[in-house]
Ligand binder design. Structure first.
Ligand SMILES: [Ca+2]
Ligand SMILES: [Ca+2]
Ligand SMILES: [Ca+2]
Length: 527
């Protein structure tokens, strides 16, 4: 292992100034409120109090932290895992095709059960509506493997009024106003219109995503399919607001990635936004959505198409490599004179699969990525991005394991990582970004007015000083491997006294030195 303290020296001054200011404000607070609580006795490292039994206080805090469910929300054990992790937002899909068959008759059981399951557990549902009934997609090609019309894309022109009526009835059922409500009057605040509508291919390797509005004219109505989508979104928005003006409509989350299968039309979202702008800019309801949905995955070959090569790059940076010349999601909005917050409705990394690039597809790498990406995204809350949704809750058989739980609903290392992240950062708002060489890190102001830094090494481990003046100590939340070599990770808290065990400088000098490594650490000063 290298001893990289030297590397760090050039950064010390600016870092010290920042930490000094941070420390000063915290010190002043403690001088005012808790002088008598100081405990200057040396302490050993805390004996690994694992965070599994901590249930964060959720009431009143925003549902920033989400998870995708694929039918598991009605399972008691799966739902309890969501609650125990501190997750508030639950993304789930419902299919128009399930509910309205035949035309004009609604069978709400497909929606009532998952939505009520979430709400009864104090979770916030984000409902993705997709999948046209066969009677409403007869202009679409037939899938020879099923003998049915593809139901992932454009709706027949003569059935657009039925779409509007369905959305209005759906939202009315979950608006909690006592009129035509589902039993118990559950409320759904977030409605997303289709998933990854920018898919342009009917190949099985692409169409499984659920959307296919990205081709030229799949329903052969002489209208570009992006325009068909724009009209479906516009109608949905008007119907949602007619039923419940407080509900939020999400632009069907764009994949907006150049994948090896060439699934996605990279111009789709820009075309939809451009069409709405040129056709309806003066309309009171323009742009016909409240939140711009998008997806981002930690696979380095996708991330490297953005600068910076992470969720922040895709949200508000710039496209490079395969996305050359294309703007970020925020840039797409700005270019079309739209100002709406973003919502990342899928982000993730698998826990196996053989990709060894950082974060590797291991339990450790997935856990690492949960903390890094969630932290990066949280820097955009609340004004620029309202929520993130981890994909997914449970490993899907036959696919790479992106889940927080395995197929038997056991918590994976990533579940503990998400729990620790939420537990430490819920309610935190972004304060500043650390700029030290070899380190990526972000500081958040917590509801208590205390500040926490989340940081990790971008390459080799580096040592870093934190000021702990006035008898304070350093609280460090970190990953540890349950059994060395097991790739099974949990979280623990070290409380380090200046000059005590764990202070790498070994001296009482107003600073505690710790090693920053690829696995993120969450650090704060504590009395
Ligand atoms: Ca109602
Ligand atoms: Ca069309
Ligand atoms: Ca020291």
């Amino acid at each position: 292992m290298t001893q990289p303290g030297v590397k760090f020296a050039g950064q010390m001054k600016s870092m010290t100034v920042r930490l000094f200011l941070l420390t000063l404000s915290i010190m002043l607070m403690f001088l005012l409120i808790s002088c008598s609580d100081r405990d200057k006795r040396p302490r050993a490292l805390a004996p690994t109090p694992v965070l599994t039994t901590i249930t964060p206080t959720l009431t009143g805090l925003p549902p920033f932290f989400g998870v995708q469910t694929l039918g598991e929300i009605t399972n008691d054990q799966a739902r309890q895992r969501i609650v125990d992790a501190g997750i508030r937002l639950v993304r789930m899909g419902i299919h128009w095709a399930d509910i309205e068959m035949p035309p004009g008759t609604y069978n709400w059981s497909f929606a009532d059960s998952p939505i009520s399951s979430a709400i009864n557990a104090s979770l916030v549902p984000l409902v993705v509506v997709s999948t046209g009934p066969q009677w409403a997609v007869q202009d679409m090609p037939i899938d020879i493997s099923t003998g049915k019309h593809y139901d992932c894309g454009p709706i027949d022109h003569e059935d657009l009024n039925a779409w509007s009526a369905f959305i209005q009835a759906l939202v009315e059922r979950y608006d909690g106003d006592g009129s035509n409500d589902a039993p118990g009057s559950p409320v759904v605040q977030y409605w997303e219109i289709w998933n990854e509508p920018d898919n342009q291919s009917l190949d099985a390797s692409c169409v499984f995503v659920g959307g296919c509005w990205g081709a030229t004219d799949m329903n052969k109505n002489g209208v570009p399919d992006y325009q068909d989508y724009a009209e479906v979104l516009r109608r949905a928005y008007l119907a949602v607001k007619a039923a419940n003006p407080a509900a939020q409509v999400i632009f069907g989350s764009a994949a907006y990635e150049n994948t090896s299968q060439n699934c996605f039309n990279l111009d789709f979202a820009n075309n939809v936004l451009g069409y709405l702008q040129s056709t309806y800019a003066s309309a009171a309801s323009f742009p016909f959505f409240d939140l711009m949905g998008f997806h981002f995955y930690g696979n380095p070959s996708l991330a490297e198409d953005w600068s910076p090569a992470n969720i922040l790059g895709k949200a508000k940076g710039i496209g490079v490599n395969n996305m050359a010349g294309r703007p970020s999601i925020k840039g797409l909005l700005t270019n079309n004179r739209v100002d709406k917050p973003l919502i990342c409705t899928e982000y993730g990394r698998a826990s196996s699969g053989g990709d060894t690039r950082d974060p590797p597809e291991t339990q450790q790498g997935q856990s690492r990525y949960v903390v890094r990406a969630t932290t990066q995204a949280l820097t955009l809350w609340p004004n620029e991005m309202v929520a993130t949704v981890w994909y997914t809750l449970v490993d899907v058989a036959g696919q790479k394991p992106f889940g927080l739980l395995d197929g038997a609903l056991n918590a994976k290392s990533s579940w503990y990582a998400y729990q620790a992240t939420i537990n430490e950062l819920v309610g935190g708002s972004y304060a500043l970004t650390l700029t030290d060489t070899g380190v990526e890190g972000y500081v958040f102001s917590m509801p208590s007015r205390q500040e926490k830094a989340v940081l990790w090494a971008t390459g080799n481990p580096v040592n870093k000083d934190f000021m702990v003046m006035g008898g304070q100590r350093l609280r460090v939340v970190r990953m540890y491997e349950v059994i060395p070599g097991s790739d099974n990770w949990r979280w623990t808290v070290d409380v380090i006294h200046d000059g005590g065990a764990g202070d790498l400088d070994g001296a009482v000098n107003g600073k505690v030195m710790i090693q920053v490594e690829a696995n993120p650490k969450i650090v704060e000063q504590t009395p």
